[in-house]
Design a protein around this ligand. Structure first.
Ligand code: WT7
Length: 635
C-alpha cells in the first residue's frame, strides 16, 4: 500500500482494556455476544428474518435475500411495507401515541415537545401538501432545512406517500445545492427562511433562490418560517409551510410499498467527479437501522436518546429519524452551535432533558476539550449511561476525555464505524464488549469484514490493508441513483464479490478493528465528507483560476483540513487578497465547511503522464515526508 501521510496512528495497546461494569452487563439486551455473533455468521438469513419479524409488514416476504443479480442484492423480496408504518402508524394504537417522539430546543432557547400522536398528524398533513404540489410515488423531493422538527416531518411525509427524499445538508451552499437539485430532477424543494447557528442566521431561502436562478425544473418551493426575517419570494412558485398546512387534512393513507422500493437518495462525495446519490430502500434499511440501534445502544422506553448529528447526513437519517422512531424512543434535537452562547450548551441540554445516551462526533469532543473539563463537570450528567462516537477515528486522548469528563467513568463508548453506503453501524461494540480506546472493536452481527492487501489476500494481525466486506447486509445502499455502473465499479469491482469501503484499517490479534482513514480522494473535515474534486471544481469556477488541486492534511481539531494549490490564469497575480477571495469563493459555492485552510499559488502541479494530479505527492511535500514512488510523474 502507498503510505498515506494523512492518517492517524492508533496504538494497539492491550493494557488499555475497559471492561463493562456489572450494571451495564445486567442491562444489556445482548448478554452473550460471542454466541449471537456465531449464530448470525452461520445463519445470516435466519438471523435477519428474525429481526424483520420484530417489525410490522403489510405482506410477509417470500425470500430473505436474492443474490441472483449481484452486486444488486435484494432483501425481503415480495414483502410489502413502509418505514412510516413502523416509525409512526404502529404506535398510534398503543400508549406510545402519547409518548414524546422529539424534544426540540432552538438555539434561542425555545422548546417544543412533539408526541407520536402529533407527529402522525403533522406528517399526514404535510403528505397531503406534497400531493397537492404534484408529488407522486417515486418522485424526488429536495429538502434543504435547518435543524427543526419540520425536517424529519418532511422526510417522513415523503416516505409515507412513496416519494424519494433527497436531503441536502444546510451547511452546503448554492453550487452544491443546485447540483443536487438538478441531478435528482426534483420538482419540489422544501426549505426554511433561515436557521440559527452559533449566533448567526444561515440564509437558507436566499441560497435556494440563488440556486434556482440557474437551470432547474422546480415548480414549487415550500418554506417553513423559523427566523421571521424578510426573504425573497417568487409568486406562483413559493408557498409558506404554515399556510399550506392550515387546511391540509391529517388523514393520508400510508402507501403500501415493495420492500425494495426506494426510500431516499443521499449525496455523498466520492473519489472523482460529481457527488453520487446513494439509494436506500424501505425494507432492508428499516430492519438494519432498527436492529443496530437497539442492540448497540440498548434503547428502551424510558431512554432519552440524543444523536447530535445533523439530519442532513446519513447519521441523522438513520439514527435521528428512522431507527429511533421505529424503536419508539424519545429523541432530543438541538438546533444550534455546540458552544453557543457558552461551552456548556450541550451539557446543559443533557442535564435539562436527562439525556441517557449521547452519540456524537470526535471533532465535537476535541472542540470541547479546548475549553477544559470544568464545563461538563459543572453540570449534572448523571442521567447518562452510554456514549457513542461516529464519523472519523477517535484519538485515544479524546476517547479518554469523553469517558472521564462526560461519562463520569461509568459509560461505555460505542465507537461505530459505518458509511453513507452502509445505512447503519458495521463495526461497533455492543455494551458488553470490552473496549479499547480508538478501536470500533468487532463487526456487528452478520457482518463479515476482512482486511486485505493490494492482491486481495487477507492481512495478518496488525498488518495494514484495505477494509472490505464479504457478504451483503440488509442496510446496504442498493445502487447509485442514475448510475448503476458507477455503483458496481466503485464498490464491487476492485475485489470481485466484496464490498470495497475506501478505508484502510488493521485488525489486532484479538480481532479488534482499527480504522486508519480514507485511501481515496475523500477528505473528512470535522467528520464531514468532502471530495477533492468538488473543492477543485469550485475553485476553477473562479475567473482567476486555471487549475487547482485539493488535499486533506491532518488537523488537531478537525481531523483533517483542506489545502489547495492553484495555478492562476494569465493576467492574474498571486496576492494574499486573492488567496482570501478564493477561500471565500469556495465557501460561497460549496458551503463554509469546504473553505480551504490554505490557498497556495503554484506554477505547476505534479501530474502523471496521463494528466492526473498526484495528490499523494502534494501531501507528502506539504508535510515534509518522503514522496514515494515517482516513476509515473510526468517530469
Ligand atoms: C467514512 C464514511 C457513518 C456516518 C457518518 C459518516 C469514516 C465513520 C468512523 C469511525 C473511524 C470512521 C470512514 C468512513 N468513519 N465512522 N467510527 N471510526 N472512521 O459517514 O460521511 O459516509 O463517511 O467516515 O472513513 O469511510 P460518511
Amino acid at each position: 500500500m502507498t503510505a498515506d501521510p494523512n492518517r492517524t496512528e492508533p496504538k494497539v495497546s492491550h493494557a488499555d482494556l475497559y471492561h463493562p461494569s456489572d450494571a451495564v452487563k445486567r442491562a444489556a439486551r445482548i448478554k452473550d455476544w460471542e454466541a449471537m455473533s456465531r449464530y448470525a455468521a452461520d445463519h445470516p438469513e435466519a438471523f435477519w428474518a428474525a429481526r424483520a419479524e420484530e417489525l410490522g409488514w403489510y405482506r410477509k416476504w417470500d425470500k430473505v435475500l436474492d443474490s441472483s443479480n449481484a452486486p444488486f442484492y435484494k432483501w425481503f423480496v415480495g414483502g410489502k411495507c413502509n418505514v412510516v408504518h413502523n416509525a409512526i402508524d404502529r404506535h398510534q394504537s398503543t400508549p406510545k401515541r402519547n409518548a414524546i417522539a422529539y424534544l426540540w430546543q432552538g438555539e434561542d432557547g425555545s422548546e417544543r415537545a412533539i408526541a407520536y400522536g402529533e407527529l402522525a398528524r403533522e406528517v399526514g398533513k404535510f403528505a397531503n401538501v406534497l400531493k397537492a404540489s404534484g408529488v407522486r410515488k417515486g418522485d424526488r423531493v429536495t429538502i434543504y432545512m435547518g435543524r427543526v422538527p419540520e425536517l424529519p416531518i418532511a422526510m417522513l411525509a415523503c416516505a409515507k406517500i412513496g416519494a424519494v427524499h433527497s436531503v441536502v445538508y444546510g451547511g452546503f451552499s448554492v453550487d452544491a445545492l443546485h447540483g443536487r437539485i438538478q441531478d435528482s430532477s426534483s420538482k419540489v424543494v422544501v426549505t426554511c427562511d433561515g436557521a440559527f447557528v452559533s449566533g448567526k442566521v444561515v440564509e437558507l431561502k436566499q441560497i435556494v433562490d440563488d440556486a434556482l436562478k440557474r437551470e432547474n425544473g422546480v415548480t414549487r418551493v415550500i418554506c417553513f418560517k423559523r427566523t421571521g426575517r424578510e426573504v425573497g419570494w417568487v409568486e406562483g412558485r413559493d408557498v409558506w409551510w404554515h399556510e399550506a398546512m392550515k387546511d391540509a387534512s391529517p388523514e393520508c393513507a400510508t402507501e403500501q410499498l415493495d420492500a425494495e422500493d426506494p426510500l431516499f437518495i443521499l449525496y455523498t462525495s466520492g473519489s472523482t467527479g460529481k457527488p453520487k446519490a446513494l439509494l436506500h430502500t424501505h425494507g432492508g434499511y428499516s430492519v438494519y437501522t432498527y436492529t443496530t440501534l437497539r442492540y448497540v445502544f440498548d434503547l428502551r422506553d424510558d431512554d432519552r436518546w440524543w444523536c447530535a448529528a445533523d439530519p442532513g447526513w446519513i447519521t441523522g437519517h438513520s439514527y435521528i429519524v428512522y431507527a429511533p422512531l421505529m424503536a419508539g424512543v424519545t429523541s432530543v434535537i438541538y438546533e444550534g452551535g455546540p458552544t453557543y452562547p457558552q461551552p456548556d450548551r450541550w451539557w446543559k441540554i443533557v442535564e435539562q432533558y436527562k439525556v441517557s445516551v449521547l452519540y456524537c462526533a470526535p471533532t465535537a469532543i476535541r472542540g470541547f476539550m479546548r475549553f477544559g473539563p470544568e464545563w461538563p463537570r459543572n453540570r449534572d450528567l448523571s442521567s447518562l449511561r452510554l456514549l457513542g462516537s461516529v464519523g472519523e477515528p477517535i484519538n485515544p486522548e479524546a476517547w479518554k476525555w469523553f469517558y472521564e469528563n462526560v461519562g463520569g467513568g461509568r459509560c461505555p463508548i460505542m465507537d461505530t464505524w459505518w458509511q453513507t453506503e452502509t445505512g447503519g453501524f458495521m463495526i461497533t461494540p455492543t455494551p458488553v464488549l470490552p473496549l479499547k480506546p480508538g478501536s470500533g472493536t468487532r463487526p456487528f452481527f452478520g457482518i463479515k469484514a476482512e482486511i486485505v492487501n493490494e492482491m486481495g489476500e487477507p492481512c495478518k494481525p496488525d498488518e495494514e490493508g484495505y477494509l472490505t466486506i464479504l457478504a451483503p447486509w440488509p442496510g446496504m445502499a442498493r445502487t447509485i441513483y442514475g448510475d448503476a455502473e458507477r455503483y458496481r465499479q466503485t464498490y464491487w469491482n476492485r475485489y470481485p464479490g466484496r464490498y470495497f469501503t475506501g478505508d484502510s484499517a488493521r485488525m489486532d490479534a484479538d480481532g479488534y478493528f482499527w480504522i486508519i482513514g480514507r485511501v481515496d480522494d475523500v477528505i473528512k473535515v470535522s467528520g464531514y465528507r468532502l471530495g477533492t474534486a468538488e473543492v477543485e471544481s469550485a475553485l476553477v469556477s473562479h475567473p482567476a483560476v486555471a487549475e487547482a488541486a485539493a488535499i486533506g492534511l491532518p488537523h488537531e481539531l478537525r481531523g483533517n483540513t483542506i489545502y489547495t494549490y492553484v495555478i492562476l490564469r494569465a493576467g492574474h497575480e498571486p496576492s494574499p487578497e486573492l488567496a482570501e477571495a478564493l477561500r471565500q469563493h469556495v465557501g460561497k459555492e460549496m458551503g463554509p465547511i469546504a473553505k480551504p485552510e490554505k490557498v497556495e499559488f503554484v506554477a505547476k502541479l505534479p501530474k502523471t503522464r496521463s494528466g492526473k494530479i498526484m495528490r499523494r505527492v502534494l501531501k507528502a511535500r506539504a508535510q515534509g515526508l518522503p514522496e514515494g514512488d515517482l516513476t509515473t510523474l510526468e517530469e
